[in-house]
Design a protein around this ligand. Structure first.
Ligand code: AMP
Length: 495
């Protein structure tokens, strides 16, 4: 099933875009606008300020780029000259997202001559960025470095006409509120501001009040709307080594095309990345403390499918748009419940389906419930035969055989109320909870996983030593040779 819409009869033609822009959209294979594009493009073309909430993967980047590039292209036709400052400024919370947006803009500008795009992000040398800024019409920037350049008079913002604040909620999380206001002041002459956010929480509304003028609110999807193409699997884990066994299972799953493994900390990210690399997996790792040049190189290696696995912290939770990510594996739960939605949104992109695996230890139960409150639904526990959890405080029937006939081809799943009862109080039969959660004691059916499970037994013996293991214990530690087309494809993750 696709997350993208069934083609609308009008397609993009209704927007009467410049021929070169329309041709680029066609070349990208965008036959019809997604819901967010349908609503945003006409209003943005009309010059309105907008406050948009839309889910990750909804096509929101093109929703703001297409109308703003259209306006830029149509105005440039009459006055061709090199600008002394950008007319479009897109603000992104992270360097990775900024790069992704700039890449999308470049794709949309293929065939449009003379429009320049520059990226301004921290952690990279100034020289190249300053060079790219010369004559740039569209600048995609993270707030800190942009302000730095503005304050040292390396960039002018007095010609900015359109400002986009992308992922405003994330901006606030990262403490960019003041920087955003300073940038808004520096570009006070702008005619239009578009703000995108996952939610319309009060703090977002306060920011919108400061940055926008009478914005039109467009709410496309809420965080609590499940993406039907993602099979979400929750694996209860007893302890660290159980998590590693669960991870090991997926590492040897040949249905994984590409996968992101979210580590809980930078240290865990680094240790796991190193460990898997040492074991010959096609892996790289990414976290915020690495130099930007390294982050970019590694991300590109992953984007270009030169590596199969990316171990990352939440720095990769947003903006990573790689259609071949078939699996997202959460080694633990994110600090902020919303980030669960962003993380799993890395898979099932561009009309594909995906699997999101989350390992939950007892100490994570509170976080799991917070996530369930955000997404307004329960997440099913799934068990990989042979890797069932043993310790189950507050778990009603985990470890018992599923009520369904045993199947080795699929992870088994326990009723949703499983986590609700201490062992001493647990009722004999799983029942739906009174507040209306369905008792979905069903078997989770990740599409790709089925075939993998049929093929492989739980990979206890596959030899992945895990990142907690001692050095030197890895002689037989590689996943089964020849199991995946990535096997043996060794990449220097520090490249
Ligand atoms: P975004 O929400 O901006 O991260 O976009 C998610 C994915 O959808 C990206 O891979 C886009 O290239 C793709 N996309 C955006 N608009 C369309 C469209 N109209 N038709 C098909 N794919 C699209």
């Amino acid at each position: 099933m696709s997350t993208l819409p069934i083609p609308a009869s009008s397609g993009f033609a209704a927007f009467q875009l410049q021929a070169s822009l329309q041709a680029a959209i066609d070349a990208l294979g965008f036959h019809s606008p997604t819901p967010v594009q349908e609503q945003v493009i006409p209003q943005a073309l009309a010059g309105k300020d907008l406050l948009v909430s839309s889910q990750t993967g909804s096509g929101k980047t093109a929703a703001f780029l297409i109308p703003l590039l259209q306006r830029l292209l149509s105005s440039r036709n009459s006055a061709m000259r090199l600008p002394s400052g950008p007319s479009i400024l897109v603000l992104s919370p992270t360097r990775e997202l900024a790069q992704q947006v700039a890449d999308d803009a470049i794709d949309l500008l293929k065939g449009s001559r003379g429009v320049r795009v520059a990226t301004v992000v921290g952690g990279l040398p100034y020289g190249k960025q300053l060079q790219a800024l010369r004559g740039a019409d569209l600048v995609v920037a993270t707030p800190g470095r942009l302000l730095d350049l503005y304050r040292t008079r390396k960039i002018r913002l007095d010609q900015v006409v359109h400002v986009v604040v992308d992922e405003a909620d994330r901006m606030l999380d990262l403490g960019f509120a003041e920087d955003l206001q300073a940038i808004a002041l520096a570009s006070a002459q702008r005619e239009q501001t578009l703000m995108f956010s996952a939610t319309f929480a009060p703090r977002i509304m306060q920011l919108a009040e400061k940055l926008t003028k009478d914005p039109i609110r467009i709410a496309i999807t809420a965080l609590n709307q499940p993406k039907p193409d993602i099979s979400e699997l929750i694996h209860l884990a007893d302890h660290e080594s159980h998590r590693i066994k669960l991870l090991e299972h997926y590492l040897s799953d040949s249905s994984v095309d590409q996968a992101v493994i979210f580590a809980r900390t930078q240290v865990e990210c680094e240790q796991l990345g190193e460990k898997l690399t040492a074991q010959g997996l096609s892996v790289t790792y990414l976290h915020g403390a690495l130099p930007q040049s390294v982050r970019t190189r590694r991300l590109n290696a992953f984007r270009e499918k030169r590596v199969q696995w990316l171990v990352a912290t939440d720095v990769a939770a947003r903006g990573l748009d790689v259609p071949s990510i078939s699996h997202v594996i959460n080694l633990g739960l994110p600090m902020k419940p919303e980030d669960y939605v962003h993380r799993i949104g890395r898979t099932a992109r561009a009309g594909r389906s995906g699997v999101a695996v989350t390992m939950v230890e007892v100490s994570d139960m509170r976080k799991l419930r917070a996530i369930e409150r955000v997404i307004e639904r329960r997440l099913e526990n799934s068990v990989i035969p042979g890797l069932e959890p043993k310790v189950r405080p507050l778990v009603r029937n985990a470890g018992k055989p599923s009520t369904r006939p045993p199947s080795r081809s699929r992870p088994q799943s326990f009723g949703q109320s499983d986590r609700e009862f201490p062992r001493t109080e647990r009722p004999a039969i799983a029942k739906p909870r009174s507040e209306g959660w369905q008792d979905r004691s069903s078997v989770a059916k990740p599409r790709r996983l089925e075939s993998a499970e049929t093929r492989s037994q739980p990979s206890r013996g596959s030899g992945f030593a895990g990142f907690a293991s001692k050095p030197g214990s890895r002689s037989d530690a590689s996943p089964r040779a020849g199991q995946s087309r990535w096997a043996g494809k060794r990449v220097n993750s520090r490249a």
